[in-house]
Design a binder for this molecule. Structure first.
Ligand SMILES: Nc1ncnc2c1ncn2[C@@H]1O[C@H](COP(=O)(O)OP(=O)(O)O)[C@@H](O)[C@H]1O
Ligand SMILES: [Mg+2]
Length: 249
């Protein structure tokens, strides 16, 4: 069982973003997806949960082709694949508890009591126990990110996709989030795909790292392998040396 993106092409108007993007995330691993801003990392992620449809190529989750799913199967898939959006994306008019419980309310047959228990458990996992009645405006940046994470895990997903979970956070809060991502894997057995452009995060949390460049996966391997890579494009990115990449960036 795995997440598999196969030869995905995706354009917007005349802009080709993905041009033969292929990647497999195996059950139990945490994969980091790195690459420059605007290169198409979020676009790639959205294909996994059917938020975007490829022009060509295929997205598969646990042997099911995402574009072939009926609406109800797609909802079921989205419970299995938690999605932590780039900017937390909490609803300001809803309490933290309501935000975290959103996905649970769509599950047929869930009682209010079960929802309350799942919300309590998810908040405890991200060290926000007792935050149910707070509102997003009352939270710090790191707390918002953690609440977004709680929402993604409340449905007990097998996979979690994290879109830049640490971008814009101070180093201490970043470490807290990185530890939570590791905890999701170790304690809940979550398979993770984490978008980041922070190499420190990638080394810390990922079993493997994939680099997106010009619409394709340019490199995929372990931290040690990427550190040893002699590909100038890879080196340019991980060392922060644009001259190696040879592009206007
Ligand atoms: N729904 C959309 N419509 C048009 N253009 C889009 C859409 N989503 C993303 N793009 C464009 O695709 C490119 C890649 O975006 P994105 O995947 O968000 O980059 P990143 O690697 O920073 O996550 C950007 O140029 C962005 O403007
Ligand atoms: Mg993005």
């Amino acid at each position: 069982m795995s997440i598999r993106l196969v030869d995905i092409h995706k354009s917007f108007a005349d802009k080709q973003i993905l041009q033969g993007f292929s990647l497999e995330v195996q059950e139990g691993e945490t994969m980091a997806l790195i690459g420059q801003s605007g290169v198409g990392k979020s676009v790639a992620l959205k294909h996994i949960v059917g938020l975007l449809i490829p022009d060509s190529g295929e997205a598969w989750v646990d042997g099911e082709r995402v574009t072939e799913l009926s609406r109800s199967e797609l909802y079921e898939l989205r419970r299995r694949v938690g999605y932590v959006f780039q900017f937390a994306a909490l609803f300001d008019s809803m309490s933290v508890g309501e935000n975290v419980g959103m996905g649970l309310r769509r599950i047929p047959g869930m009682t209010e009591e079960e929802i309350r228990e799942r919300v309590r458990e998810a908040l405890a996992l991200v060290d926000l126990a007792g935050f149910e009645e707070r509102y997003p405006a009352e939270l710090s940046g790191g707390q918002k990110k953690r609440a977004g994470l709680a929402r993604a895990i409340a449905t007990h997903p097998k996979y979690v996709l994290y879109d830049e979970p640490t971008t814009g956070l101070d180093p201490v809060t970043k470490t807290v989030i990185d530890r939570l991502i590791l905890r999701m894997k170790d304690e809940l057995g979550v398979t993770g795909l984490v978008i980041t452009h922070d190499m420190e995060d990638a080394y810390r949390i990922a079993d493997r790292i994939a680099m997106l460049y010009q619409g394709k996966v340019r490199f995929v391997g372990t931290s040690d392998e990427i550190r040893r890579s002699e590909d100038p494009v890879v080196r340019g990115f991980i060392e922060g040396r644009p001259e190696l990449i040879g592009e206007d960036v």
